[in-house]
Design a protein around this ligand. Structure first.
Ligand code: ADE
Length: 226
């Protein structure tokens, strides 16, 4: 899968994909992420990409022209399945959306900054608008990093069997059950006996019960979602 990201601060994305599972996905050639600087596509003086809002009001607005230049230039080489704008007023990101996006081939993520982007760009170029939660970030870059990570780890071959995404929280509308590792006892706190029993059927049953209990207590809203 290829994910291109347009940003005015691409350096913010230097680190998130350079380590751990995302790095492995890239090294294996399963994921390609390209971070592009919007300022490279503006024809305005001093690499300007934003301007005052018509009608007044605080905050600058990202101009349509540099964004369209960037997209149309990228589209010469790539047919995007989705062009996604990261914005707090988008659809709230969840595991189901990550699953769906992971089946696409080429994604383009557009990071906003300032007070937003010219609505005409959203109307005519954006195919999906995503928020990562009900709070406002300084820009879309961290949201883009969240989406790339959540989607990238789902690509076939990125995770091995032990870390399989199938047992993640939110797959099956359940939170993950509690997990334990060595030592068996620490300051009188013991690992549940069942996990040491070697009875895999019983362990699976226990894990399922724990997952249901945890979800009922913490996130009853996701239990019966389809
Ligand atoms: N840009 C600013 N805040 C955001 C959010 N919550 N989600 C996605 N993009 C954003």
């Amino acid at each position: 899968m290829k994910i291109d990201i347009i940003s005015v601060v691409p350096a913010l994305l230097d680190s998130p994909f350079a380590h751990s599972i995302m790095k492995r996905a890239m090294d294996k050639g399963l994921l390609e992420v390209n971070c592009l600087n919007l300022r490279d596509y503006t024809t305005y003086a001093r690499a300007q990409v934003d301007d005052y809002a018509f009608g007044g009001g605080a905050g600058m607005v990202m101009m349509i022209e540099p964004l369209v230049n960037a997209i149309e230039s990228l589209q010469q080489n790539t047919r995007y399945d989705e062009i996604i704008f990261l914005t707090p007023d988008g659809d709230t990101f969840n595991q189901q959306m990550a699953n769906k996006l992971s089946m696409q081939k080429n994604l383009l993520l557009v990071c906003g900054h300032y007070k937003g982007i010219d609505q005409r760009f959203r109307d005519h170029f954006i195919t999906k608008e995503i928020s990562i939660g009900d709070y406002v970030l300084s820009g879309g870059e961290l949201a883009a990093a969240v989406i790339v990570d959540a989607v990238g780890r789902l690509l076939p071959g990125v995770l091995n069997d032990e870390t399989s995404a199938l047992t993640d929280s939110f797959q099956d509308n359940l939170l993950a059950p509690p997990v334990y590792t060595r030592p068996v006892e620490f300051r009188t706190w013991k690992v549940p006996d069942i996990l040491l029993s070697g009875n895999h059927a019983k362990i699976e049953q226990w894990r399922h019960e724990q997952a249901v209990e945890r979800t009922t207590q913490r996130r009853p809203d996701i239990l019966d979602k389809d």
